[in-house]
Design a protein around this ligand. Structure first.
Ligand SMILES: *[C@@H]1O[C@H](CO)[C@@H](O)[C@H](O)[C@H]1NC(C)=O
Ligand SMILES: *[C@@H]1O[C@H](CO)[C@@H](O)[C@H](O)[C@H]1NC(C)=O
Ligand SMILES: *[C@@H]1O[C@H](CO)[C@@H](O)[C@H](O)[C@H]1NC(C)=O
Ligand SMILES: *[C@@H]1O[C@H](CO)[C@@H](O)[C@H](O)[C@H]1NC(C)=O
Ligand SMILES: *[C@@H]1O[C@H](CO)[C@@H](O)[C@H](O)[C@H]1NC(C)=O
Ligand SMILES: *[C@@H]1O[C@H](CO)[C@@H](O)[C@H](O)[C@H]1NC(C)=O
Ligand SMILES: *[C@@H]1O[C@H](CO)[C@@H](O)[C@H](O)[C@H]1NC(C)=O
Length: 639
């Protein structure tokens, strides 16, 4: 996939640009192949399909109100206790239910999900939990497990017997199918007992879980609508386990792969870098399976010795972290016969190694560049010795500081204005073609005002991508395609965010408990992702300071020529394409997304701006009128 640049460029004709009219000559000879990877995430309450929030009381302080986040009592008393006999070493806390002796109705508790629970009639919901009676009890009685609306209408339930015959933990697994689809997502998961029957009983619960059907029916899998939206973009790689979330607020709270694999009951969870608790139910193996399900390759990050409180591990003390990184990589690709981590992966159902080419060392180490020189040196040297076939990606700014060993790949991040992206679509044209490659690992147009890019709180930032921000990104992507001989991968970030409970705006895809909202930027990513092509065809270069940009690629297997055009002006523009092909089919198709500069797809206007496909007449020479503020993809056959 790393294909060297061919200097045998076809002649580029001179630019003939008038006001809003331009002639684009397109070569029939490719200059370079387009890497298949040219084209982030929010786990709990997002991509990960678990419906219960705070399901295992991980990383909370027992006895506090905060520990009961998302839980409420039903005619009973509940509290989070530090267990004397925890369900596992990883999960020290339990939910203690005390059914009052005066209770005559039902008694139990409810969970309100991640800002709601979507309930679908006929779908199979899988619920599970552990329980024990902390004091010896001869109780045996029915518990009703189900879903109900905020007003208490039961929409689906099942009954199971809880028995107090011993004081150890018992696991319950049940499924049920709601008979009603409630009008909204303001629903509750409930576990209740007959109050009279269970009066005076004290029961402890641990690791409660509720899953709807998941993407490809994977147990402990992904939310179908979000996973489907992402799959439709035809992504070819996935950077895991995310950016900042890898680093930890402190060294101790960094992401550690071994805390995220194996049975859920053995995963302690951690306070993530955006201060909410990560269940780590979406762990390393779940991410890797997700990559396989979407035919994406993982770009795997290992912790690089630096946490977000700006603490670096001292030189000479990195060894155990390097060892942990080696073990993490061995979990992904190790031979089960040769090492413990490969054997662990095999025991969890995946004996074959996963496909892995790229490993990123750290994240955004331009925030701690002074120590990256030795951290990079120690990590890269040791990892390269252990895994000579892997490529290691550096995360400081290219060539600043100068690193040794010289990185073969850099991960570059940029959050900017739509104008910046347009004006910098030529940024990689000036880079030397000398073997060093670039991963545009995070980019997004996040504000139209360059003074407001990184303010805290995030005032002046876009809440949702707009047509203008998407068009700015599209201009930049045409430059990435042109430079894909050295830019081997690119990804918008952040990928996913809750539509109303959002710390980092804007996001490519927003969601709430019930729906997924696809942004203007999402559609642009999808238009470029689905129509990536595999060869770049040189054409007349756009004017770097202009408002019209394009790039031309070919899908060799079908001789499809794919032209992306974006017009970020407030008026339409005519482009005359002059093609060097002998045969050009008369008809082609064009997919266009356009709208007002400030138009966004939001929960109240989810489909304000979406692409429309129609047919167009093409030929060796043809005109295309690019609407105001638009991104177009023209496709036709030529050879
Ligand atoms: C439940 O809590 C109430 C106070 O909120 C208390 O009066 C009652 O005794 C408690 N019942 C049990 C069974 O602990
Ligand atoms: C428990 O539930 C089962 C099945 O719904 C029912 O047959 C049984 O009578 C119930 N037992 C009690 C004690 O309510
Ligand atoms: C409940 O389901 C889990 C996950 O499939 C399984 O590991 C466990 O053995 C089941 N427990 C019981 C009691 O069936
Ligand atoms: C993960 O492994 C590290 C050693 O690399 C160890 O210190 C840590 O306790 C392990 N964490 C879990 C949850 O097993
Ligand atoms: C490529 O060029 C850059 C900029 O001059 C330089 O810093 C880098 O080391 C070079 N890469 C290689 C592999 O020589
Ligand atoms: C850009 O943001 C800054 C800081 O919030 C503000 O002072 C300035 O007026 C803004 N500029 C425009 C053109 O809105
Ligand atoms: C394309 O548009 C130009 C004016 O911009 C016009 O002169 C020319 O005839 C058109 N060509 C075709 C093939 O329609």
């Amino acid at each position: 996939m790393l294909i060297s640049f061919s200097s045998a460029l076809a002649l580029l004709l001179t630019i003939a640009e008038e006001c809003n009219a331009v002639t684009v000559s397109v070569s029939a000879t490719a200059s370079h192949a387009i890497p298949t990877t040219l084209c982030k995430y929010y786990g709990d309450g997002g991509l990960y399909a678990e419906l219960l929030q705070n399901r295992a009381f991980q990383q909370v302080t027992p006895g506090t109100a905060a520990a009961l986040n998302a839980w409420r009592a039903i005619n009973s008393n509940i509290t989070v206790v530090k267990e004397t006999t925890p369900v596992s070493a990883a999960l020290p806390n339990a939910l203690q239910l005390a059914v009052p002796s005066t209770n005559t109705g039902r008694g139990g508790f409810a969970n309100s999900g991640y800002f709601g629970i979507k309930v679908t009639e006929g779908a199979t919901y899988t619920a599970s939990f552990f329980y024990r009676f902390p004091a010896s009890s001869s109780f045996s009685g029915n518990a009703t497990i189900g879903l109900e609306t905020a007003s208490g209408q039961v929409v689906g339930s099942t009954v199971t017997v809880l028995s107090g015959s011993n004081t150890g933990w018992t696991q319950v697994n049940v499924t049920f199918q709601p008979e009603i689809t409630p009008i909204d997502t303001n629903n509750l998961f409930t576990v209740t007992l007959d109050g009279a029957e269970a009066s005076g009983q004290v029961i402890n619960f641990a690791l409660l879980s509720l899953f709807p059907p998941t993407f490809k029916n994977r147990p402990n899998g992904m939310r179908v609508d979000i996973a489907t939206a992402l799959a439709e973009m035809a992504p070819t790689f996935f950077r895991l386990p995310g950016g900042n979330n890898l680093e930890g607020e402190t060294i101790a709270t960094r992401w550690q792969w071994n805390a995220t694999v194996g049975p859920l009951v053995d995963r302690p969870g951690r306070v993530g870098d955006w201060s909410y608790v990560n269940t780590d139910g979406l762990g390393l193996l779940e991410y890797l399976n997700w990559c396989e399900d979407l035919n994406m390759q993982p770009i795997l990050a290992v912790w690089g010795g630096f946490s977000l409180d700006k603490t670096s591990v001292a030189e000479g003390q990195l060894e155990r972290y390097i060892q942990q990184a080696i073990e993490q990589i061995n979990f992904v690709i190790g031979d089960p016969a040769k090492n413990e981590q490969g054997a662990l992966r095999a025991s969890l159902g995946h004996p074959e190694p996963f496909a892995l080419t790229y490993v990123e060392i750290g994240n955004e180490d331009f925030l701690g560049p002074s120590t990256y020189t030795y951290r990079w040196k120690d990590f890269a040297t040791a990892l390269k010795m252990e895994f000579p076939d892997l490529h290691f990606i550096a995360t400081t700014r290219p060539f600043n500081p100068i690193l040794s060993p010289n990185p073969t790949e850099y991960d570059v991040h940029v959050y900017q204005t739509p104008t910046w992206f347009r004006q910098n679509s030529f940024i990689y044209d000036g880079f030397q073609r000398n073997g060093t490659k670039y991963f545009e690992g995070e980019y997004a147009a996040i504000s139209t005002n360059s003074s407001n890019l990184f303010g805290t709180p995030a005032t002046g930032r876009l809440t949702f991508p707009t047509m203008q921000s998407a068009a700015g990104e599209a201009a930049f992507i045409t430059g990435l395609e042109r430079n894909s001989d050295i830019v081997f991968a690119a990804s918008y970030a952040p990928l996913l965010g809750h539509a109303s409970n959002n710390q980092w705006m804007p996001n490519l895809v927003s969601f709430d408990a019930g729906f997924v909202y696809k942004s203007t930027s999402y559609y642009v990513q999808k238009m470029f992702g689905v129509n990536a092509g595999d060869e770049y065809l040189p054409s007349t270069l756009p004017t770097p300071s202009g408002t019209l940009f394009w790039s031309v690629v070919r899908k060799t297997s079908s001789n499809k020529i794919i032209i992306k055009v974006l017009n970020s002006a407030t008026t339409s523009a005519v482009l005359t394409f002059v093609l060097s092909f002998e045969n050009v089919e008369n008809m082609g198709s064009v997919e266009v997304i356009s709208g007002a500069a400030t138009a966004s797809n939001t929960p109240t206007t989810p489909e304000l701006v979406t692409p429309i496909t129609s047919s167009i007449t093409v030929g060796q020479t043809f005109n295309y009128t690019a609407p105001a503020m638009s991104v177009s993809v023209l496709i036709f056959t030529a050879q």
